[in-house]
Design a binder for this molecule. Structure first.
Ligand SMILES: O=c1ccn([C@@H]2O[C@H](COP(=O)(O)OP(=O)(O)O[C@H]3OC[C@@H](O)[C@H](O)[C@H]3O)[C@@H](O)[C@H]2O)c(=O)[nH]1
Length: 404
């Protein structure tokens, strides 16, 4: 079934490995024409040359509409959440151009055309904040979410908006959608599933650095990950997703972007999924002790969700593939974080030490030089300003509106 929906572009070109012949984005677009003409002249077969020209004209007219960016619907690439990676790598090289078709800079004075944007995992914590910003700037947004961890409540305020759609769907299954951009925030068992023409942004993670031996972490660092440990499915899963994303870029000329997201917090975060900020905030509000794992001296860098959303959008709209670290370089030990939570919610909140989990990274802090220079992005909300905003939301959700 999946394969039927996968690739409808004609015969598969050769793979990149078969003698380097396959070049998804030919640097000399007319070289084939010269070769064909030489061949036709040498073989005295003008009829074949004529047929070749007709074929080229037909292909051009087929492709031309998707290259236009002046019209929202004609410029929209057909995106089919269908392909397995092996199928996707056989897409024709003309499926997308690297720059400009899906976003990009708009000259001053011209109104930016509205895009149709797919956000997988758009009912989740980060996804729903991203959806808010995309709707706000005038785009049409389609959310695909299986609601395993996402919540309808997170996007309920958009349901009456004709520019918003939500589809209950697991992204491991094929789906056909027409979009310009794809923000892939869902974290499925198997990674990218989209055929293409749309620009694809993978949300990877700081966990690709594992328990890092370099500090702070720069994007060029390859990481220190235990391949068989209890957290490997997440770490290695995201590393594989990065690999496949880049393979698609190189092999199928897919337009891609990769973000490595560091610890993020804010309103709408899952209350009970065990992350440290949500745990501490919920515990302090419920008058329970704050559970500090290990000695509490391990560090993390905490980014407010609106900063992350701005970073993701700058990455999607910009011209650079990445990977880019998106995180707040402000570094805290877990004991320091507990202190901020005490100061914000309840100075009398007790701390209880618990055994730490296996392979817990000892420290983590993003080097964001690359994002600053190439995306013009840096976080703006310090922990002590962002945390109270999250606390207001948690208070409402834990105790109900009346006690907020
Ligand atoms: O109650 C708790 C929970 C967690 N912790 C500690 O807090 C630290 C952070 O733990 P979290 O589970 O919040 O987050 P982690 O840094 O381990 O992973 C996170 O990082 C980057 C994201 O991409 C991942 O999605 C997210 O899991 C760890 O050292 C953990 O041991 C506590 O001290 N107490």
């Amino acid at each position: 079934m999946a394969s039927e929906l996968t690739y409808r572009g004609g015969a598969a070109p050769g793979s990149a490995s078969d003698g380097g012949e396959y070049s998804p984005k030919p640097s000399k677009p007319l070289s084939w024409l010269t070769r064909a003409a030489r061949y036709a002249a040498a073989e005295h077969r003008p009829v074949f040359a004529l047929a070749g020209m007709l074929l080229a004209a037909a292909l051009f007219s087929l492709y031309a509409p998707s290259a236009s960016s002046s019209d929202a619907s004609s410029g929209r690439a057909v995106s089919a959440a269908a392909a397995t990676f092996s199928h996707l790598s056989s897409l024709p090289s003309s499926a997308s151009s690297l720059h400009g078709s899906a976003g990009g800079k708009v000259p001053l004075g011209l109104r930016r055309r509205a895009l149709r944007v797919l956000v997988t995992g758009g009912a989740g914590f980060v996804g729903s904040h991203l959806v808010d910003r995309l709707v706000e700037r005038g785009d049409s947004v389609i959310v695909v979410d299986n609601f395993f961890t996402g919540r309808k409540d997170n996007v309920a305020h958009h349901l009456a908006n004709p520019r918003f759609e939500v589809i209950r769907h697991d992204v491991v299954e094929p789906i056909l959608l027409e979009v310009d951009q794809i923000y892939h925030l869902a974290c499925p068992a198997s990674p990218v599933h989209y055929k293409i023409g749309a620009r694809f942004l993978l949300t990877s993670t700081s966990e690709v650095y594992g328990d890092p031996l370099q500090h702070p972490q720069v994007e060029t660092y390859w990481g220190n990950v235990n391949p068989i440990g209890v957290r490997s499915c997440y770490d290695e899963g995201k590393r594989t997703a990065e690999t496949l994303t880049m393979d698609y870029h190189r092999g199928a000329n897919l337009e891609v972007r990769i973000a490595r997201i560091f610890n993020t917090y804010g309103p709408r975060m899952c209350i009970d999924d065990g992350r440290v900020v949500s745990n501490f905030v919920a515990q302090a509000l419920r008058k329970e002790p704050l559970t500090v794992y290990g000695d509490g001296k391990q560090t993390r860098s905490f980014q407010y969700v609106s900063d992350l959303v701005e970073g993701l959008m700058s990455l999607m709209e910009g011209e650079h593939i990445g990977p880019f670290n998106l995180g707040n370089p402000g570094e805290f030990t877990m004991l320091e974080l507990a202190k901020v939570v005490q100061d914000t919610i309840d100075p009398n909140a007790r701390i209880e030490f618990r055994p730490n989990t296996a392979d817990d990274p000892h420290k983590r802090k993003p080097d964001i030089t690359r994002a600053k220079e190439l995306l013009g992005w840096e976080p703006k909300v310090p922990l002590r300003e962002g945390l109270p905003l999250m606390v207001t939301d948690f208070r409402k959700r834990i105790f109900g509106d009346q006690e907020a």
